[in-house]
Design a protein around this ligand. Sequence first.
Ligand code: PSU
Ligand code: MN
Length: 303
Amino acid sequence: MKEYLELSPAVKAALMSGEPVVALESTIISHGMPYPQNVETALRVEETVREAGAVPATICVIKGKLKAGLTADEIEYLGKTGPTVTKASRRDLPVLVARGADGATTVATTMIIAHLAGIQVFATGGIGGVHRGAETTMDISADLEELGRTPVLVVCAGAKAILDLGLTLEYLETKGVPVIGYGTEELPAFYTRTSGFKVDYRLDTPEELAAAFRAQQEMGLGGGMLVTNPIPEEYSMDPVRINAAIDQAIADSLRLGIHGKETTPYLLARVKELTGGDSLDANIQLVLNNARLAARTAAALSS
Ligand code: PSU
Ligand code: MN
């Protein structure tokens, strides 16, 4: 394993001494936001994790190495390269590593590499899920499968309504993944604090999150835990406006025949276009909010 994994000195030192570490994904940098906001946000997210008392470990694949902990230059490279870098899910890792290639890691792959490195907590924006129309396309993100098998606590802002949220919850239930609302009984829908769907449990403190995750792992249940943290009220978007943009983006993707791994990046970019950049501001704020909660949870887990 050692020959594949490469930890930054800061991440290695923190893990050796049992300090809290928070994993961060890189597809959100390359495919989730435009340059240069993606690089600015990635650096701000790292700083937010540090301010909250943990060590950030941004994860990606560079020249075939599974990296946990990037330099500012590596983040700049990834952000500038943008969507031309391979979006790497679980199925992409073998060939990328064998070829010595680069890959931006999705939630699934970030969980895999975090777990290999010994990192238990991971903060992101939104997860992939069951797409609308999946009953015919079978487009279900590998993120859900990973949550079912890899023991990492993932803090997100729920899932975007580009997905079928009801089916996404059903799938997570089948896979045995606890879906926790942080301070809420309702599943947040990324840009908005509510979705009309209930989470499995509401927990209110990082200590409660840490206790539940610890119990899950100590009982040998394995698999991940999904913590959904609503976007702060002051940054949440008008649901009518955002849902109209999402419906339009989905209609456009169907008309253009977008499918497979292109679907999520296309929808994210189109929603941003249709909301004139407002969705990007909300996106940045919710990621910072998740980074803070993840850092506090990692601290509670390591104490
Ligand atoms: N949803 C978002 N922002 C994102 C993604 C999803 O709101 O950046 C990215 C994440 O990296 C996630 C991936 O893991 O898209 C899911 O892609 P797919 O649906 O192709 O599995
Ligand atoms: Mn898919």
